[in-house]
Design a protein around this ligand. Structure first.
Ligand code: NDP
Length: 335
């Protein structure tokens, strides 16, 4: 199918991954980019061979042929931009976190439902072959009843991303909206249930200025699974991964909390250790393919709007638990 995309935000994630993912699919074309700055928009369009650029979102949305909008601005802009795209009848793939509050995110998802357009959240990890293989192993009962899950997502924020994430709470900075939100989606994806309560602590450990750059949290789920998440922007050598432990086995996914199709998965049971194979296709291309299939009426996006609301709800509860020092019940806002 042919999908003409409008990019809202001259962002790093669009430049590094999403433009290429859109172009990798048959008929996929990036038709236009909008930015808050004419100079940035023009430079971005020239650099990535995008035929049109501008600073007027409504004008861009009115351009002929635009079917889908990818919102990848800073977090505080997602809500207004996505709402404008939905009002214009466009399908929307929005970056995480969907908004700054649960109310914003819920409003976006409900508006898309009412307008009859596809709305998806760009949670790339659940698109990975590695994560899909782990999920299948858990669902097939290969580790028995799940007891606990540990997510290791303490990484080092690359220098070229050391901006608003570290010093601008109004733009949605902090490791919790950036990384914990991905953990939240990944945990829900693997366990197939929504966590109910969290406790947490956060800190600034060298990079954050006015926002947390590190957080440890513990979550519980309805079936009694305990989840531990360690998120940071300041850990150069920690590596990343996840472990899921069950009554009959443990799964170790090493190096898989990442944007690339890399890492290894090991299953350990009474029978011994075995490597779990997976397909190493590009995560973002898969996410765009799933989105475009949903636009064509085939299935649902990898992570839909409700998934984005829920990952944000968990992240907000983690931050409130860390801020207040109290256990928080997670409010999913009716989703
Ligand atoms: P960037 O900082 O690269 O871009 C965000 C915005 O900042 C742009 O839209 C642009 O605004 C502005 N901007 C970009 N470059 C400059 C500059 N040189 N000077 C001033 N402003 C600039 O952010 P990311 O691409 O890292 O993140 C964008 C969104 O994508 C966030 O919501 C983030 O959470 C999400 N993200 C998701 C990932 C995923 O895997 N799903 C991975 C990385 C990010 P304007 O639009 O006005 O041009």
């Amino acid at each position: 199918m042919v999908v003409k995309w409008l990019l809202v935000g001259a962002s790093t994630i669009a430049a590094e991954y999403m433009i290429w993912a859109m172009r990798a699919l048959p008929g996929g074309s990036v038709a236009q980019v909008t930015s808050g700055s004419a100079a940035r928009a023009a430079d971005f369009a020239a650099r990535y061979q995008i035929p049109a650029w501008g600073t007027d979102l409504d004008a861009a949305l009115a351009a002929p042929g635009i079917e889908a909008v990818y919102v990848s601005s800073t977090n505080e802009k997602h809500h207004a931009q996505a709402m404008a795209a939905i009002a214009a009848g466009k399908h929307v793939l929005c970056e995480k976190p969907l908004g700054m509050s649960l109310a914003e995110a819920g409003e976006m998802v409900r508006a898309a439902e009412a307008r009859g357009v596809v709305f998806a959240t760009n949670h790339h990890l659940r698109c990975a072959g590695s994560h899909r293989a782990i999920r299948a192993a858990v669902a097939q009962g290969r580790i028995g009843r799940v007891l606990s899950m540990r997510v290791h997502h303490a990484v080092h924020l690359p220098p070229h991303l050391q901006g608003w994430r570290l010093n601008d709470p109004a733009a949605g900075g902090g490791v919790i909206p950036d990384i914990t939100v991905h953990d939240a989606d990944t945990v829900r994806f693997h366990l197939g249930e929504d966590p109910v309560e969290v406790v947490a602590q956060m800190t600034q450990s060298g990079l954050g200025q006015g926002v947390e750059d590190s957080c440890m949290s513990v979550w519980s789920t309805p079936s009694g699974v305990q989840v531990f998440a360690h998120d940071s922007f300041t850990h150069r050598f920690a590596g990343c991964g996840l472990e899921i432990h069950g009554t009959e086995g443990s799964i170790f996914g090493r190096g898989i909390m990442t944007q690339k199709p890399v890492g290894e998965i090991e299953l350990v049971t009474a029978a011994g250790r075995e490597r779990v194979p997976y397909s190493n296709y590009d995560l973002y291309t898969q996410g765009v393919a799933d989105f475009e299939a949903a636009v064509a009426g085939r299935g649902r996006p990898a992570a839909d709007g409700a998934d984005g609301v829920k990952s944000l709800a968990i992240a907000l509860a983690v931050r409130e638990a860390a801020r207040s020092g109290t256990r928080q019940r997670i409010d999913y806002g009716g989703f």
